[in-house]
Ligand binder design. Sequence first.
Ligand SMILES: *Cc1c(COP(=O)(O)O)cnc(C)c1O
Length: 431
Amino acid sequence: MSADLAARRELAFRAAAGQGLIGPDQPVVGLLDLDAVREAAADLRAAFAGPEVLHAFAVKAASLVPVLRLLAEEGMGAEVASPGELAIARAAGIAADRIVLDSPAKTVAELREALALGIAVNADNPQELARLDALVPGSGTASPIGIRVNPQVGSGSIGAMSTATADSKFGVPLRDQGAEEWLVRAYADRPWLTRLHIHTGSQGVALPLLAAGVRAVYELAERVDDAVGRRRITAIDIGGGLPVNFADDTVRPRFRDYADTLRDAVPGLFDGRYALVTEFGRALVAKQGAVLARVEYAKSAGGRAIAVTHAGAQVATRTVFAPDSWPVRVQALGPTGRPKRAAPVVQDVAGPCCFAGDLVARGRELPLLAEGDLVAILDTGAYYFSTHFAYNSLPRCAVYGFSLREGGGGVRFEVVRRAQTIAELVAESGG
Ligand SMILES: *Cc1c(COP(=O)(O)O)cnc(C)c1O
């Protein structure tokens, strides 16, 4: 599978250059391997086979309607955290009963809409629960409702992505004084509260820590059921956060590794008493995508070779602003999309933005890049080209999905999102 990923990607780069999807007039595009996305969805289904489960794709990882539609064909629902993400999920045809709303700052209007549609809601905090108290009883809503719990199991390797620290902004902090008792009471008092939700972090959280969080919530579910005297919790939403390997082409850890870790740490989770909800994002699409950008100029400063490309902070925001937490692999390609073979030279790979830190790689050893070459930024199918940063009024780049034709018949591209036009950009800027 990993060898296939790399081989398919190389074919796609050449085909994109050959078909003119990337070139002087389209100097940056996102590419997504649609077959590999389907394979990842199949791996996820297989890993969690057994209990009733809804796999809700975290829309923020790739907020692109055709991608959600493809994942829906693979049986997935959607996890949304804003009115925009909800609208995108619905535009992809995802049914309300396969959508989970998790935002930490839901307005009353958003809650009302979710309840009217029958979308699952996970309340973040006691004040949100009080709002639900005013909206749910007597409403006849079909929405399953839960509370997001912060198990406070600690941080992964990236602080900004770790949601289960002692003082994280997310959820009800389980280990704070009196919190567990408050939670058990909250469920005992409300027959319509039937789910528990947790999401321990995105990227940088190792499997044992993810499993420790799930175990804490599982134990809370048991406590609630004990206190109520019968089965109240019908589903446990274990969130997402399977980390992605950005260092090479192997897919590790795999969904299966995480499910095995959970089977060891929380065996009761899989015995069928609880339905499961998952909310994976990155692990379904990251390694399946790449940014392809043209080298506009190749220069040198202070003895350092610098390739000035069209991929910078607008498509690789986290990498540019937090390079130590989000290093990415960069491949040097010739104008035809074939890998350059020359001896490596230390160089910077810069973006088009007007600030000095706009670099996707610093001091990287790569074949010397020249004007007209291409760079491929790998593993960027999640949170990169789909999560545009509008600095310098750079337009959103086009995104193409690709698949291989049967029998070696070449690469077929389809538009996932066309490039934003300058006219659209002006209109969006109040013009
Ligand atoms: C971001 C997020 C996810 C997805 O995280 P990944 O690391 O992309 O799997 C799932 N659930 C919630 C609540 C999130 O905020």
